[in-house]
Ligand binder design. Structure first.
Ligand SMILES: Cc1ncc(COP(=O)(O)O)c(C=O)c1O
Length: 436
């Protein structure tokens, strides 16, 4: 992991907000990578951390992150987690009625209050309601807050602080509508004396993995063409990565992350700030109401900050003649919700060899027929030897840890932080993050 680039990614967001003169706060969504050193870097870089579990929250507190620089959006918040946030006075984002009930019980037991935000969903977009399993409905939340958070209300230990949403997918238009509808809520709540300090628009900010649109288009074309009987396979057993093949008719698109984007990171945020509500840009609406805009980028904050490296353990042919290269890792260490990781790895042989290019599939250590590290066939410039290295690039966001498991009792991968002083050094994450 390379923390310098992490901070550079933050500075891109920092700049766009400053350019637009909008109050803002960036919370790094730690769920995208578990290395503690990113928490340390967030603290020294002056930005916050979005936490999804009690252990993530505890790490922040133990590493000296201020409670105001933590947001808690965990999907499940049990009593233990709530007791911890109450004890440390960490502002929290509430998702549902049961959470409100439990948090209020804890606050009553402790005779305390807590700043809370509410997650909102069910926004209207193009005359349809956006589906979400998370949050309070946009039509109900203002009434709920006014009724329950007043002096004599059921949840009068909650100190109303702001609104939050996180949308599935990567649409700026949906986020513009979500933010506009939150601003309507801000105005409604203000009439009843509830001042909104922030609106948090969550993560899902696109990043770009490829240099050209041609690569992306060619991949789609080649994948679809590969289905023909006489066409060469480009994925293992002509796997269509989620496209449905009905008697040769291909339906849908591959279920993969949109690896090529022209609107990404700070440009994505800029588009939202320029989005209009009632003919006025959203940045102006935020300024007029003195609202802090919050974002919780995970993946896009980790752009170019990490690689995954594994050693070649064996070479063999499968029963259909494909060349398989076994690496000392498993597929949970190279896996996200995308049907395949679409960046070509870098092959690092120990010696310059026979220069006979070959096409291979990388396989891992789990005892499954489907244990492919990449479903795509990869071209190597020479035949791999045992001990050669394979480097999967730009994997810090979700690829390394999100699904990493210890099946077969394999040890988890070692996480190293690299730093250049006079020379490059690599220090284990645990040790790096504990150096003050
Ligand atoms: C509440 C919340 N915030 C932030 C994020 C981070 O999203 P991303 O990594 O796409 O930026 C997620 C991801 O699921 C999330 O659920």
């Amino acid at each position: 992991m390379n923390l310098g680039l992490f901070e550079e990614n933050f500075l891109k967001y920092d700049k766009v907000f400053k350019d637009f003169g909008v109050k803002y706060k960036v919370f790094f969504a730690r769920k995208a990578n578990k290395c503690k050193s990113f928490v340390k870097a967030a603290k020294s870089g002056g930005f916050g951390v979005d936490t999804a579990s009690l252990n993530e929250i505890k790490d922040c507190i133990q590493m000296g992150v201020k409670p105001d620089d933590i947001t808690v959006t965990a999907a499940v918040k049990n009593r233990e987690l709530l007791q911890y946030v109450v004890a440390h006075q960490i502002p929290i984002v509430l998702d549902n009625f049961d959470e409100c009930e439990l948090l209020h019980q804890v606050l009553t037991e402790e005779n305390k209050t807590l700043r809370v935000g509410f997650r909102v969903s069910g926004f209207w977009h193009k005359r349809e309601k956006l589906y979400s399993r998370f949050g309070f409905d946009v039509e109900e939340i203002a009434g709920f807050i006014t009724q329950n958070l007043k002096g004599s209300g059921k949840y009068n230990r909650f100190l109303y602080h702001g609104l939050h949403f996180h949308l599935n997918g990567y649409s700026t238009e949906e986020r513009i509508d979500g933010l506009s509808q939150c601003l309507d809520l801000v105005d409604t709540l203000a009439i009843d004396g509830f001042k909104t300090s922030f609106v948090d628009i969550g993560g899902g900010i696109l990043m770009n993995y490829l240099t050209s649109a041609v690569e992306w288009d060619t991949f789609h074309q080649r994948l679809k063409q590969s289905v023909y009987e006489d066409a060469e396979e480009i994925t293992f057993q002509k796997n269509l990565l989620g496209i449905t093949n009905i008697d040769g008719n291909l339906i849908g698109e591959p279920h993969v992350y949109p690896y090529y984007n022209e609107l990404f990171q700070e440009h994505f945020v800029e588009k939202i700030l320029r989005g209009e509500k009632d003919g006025v840009p959203l940045c102006k609406h935020l300024q007029q109401r003195d609202i802090e805009l919050r974002i919780e980028p995970g993946r896009s904050m980790l752009d170019q900050t990490g690689i995954t490296v594994a050693k070649v353990a064996f070479r063999k042919k499968d029963s259909q003649g494909r060349l398989l290269v076994g690496l000392e890792m498993n597929r949970t260490q190279m896996f996200s919700s995308s049907a395949d990781y679409l960046l070509d790895p870098i092959f690092l042989p120990q010696y310059s060899g026979d220069h006979m290019p070959c096409e291979v599939y990388f396989v891992g250590a789990y005892c499954l027929e489907q244990e492919l590290l990449l479903k795509r066939k990869i071209q190597l410039h020479q035949f791999p030897e045992i001990g050669d290295l394979v480097c999967f690039v730009n994997t810090a966001g979700y690829m390394m840890h999100f699904y990493e498991s210890e099946a077969h009792l394999f040890a988890l991968a070692q996480n190293l932080i690299v730093e250049k002083n006079s020379v490059w050094t690599a220090i284990p994450d645990e040790r790096f993050s504990s150096i003050i």
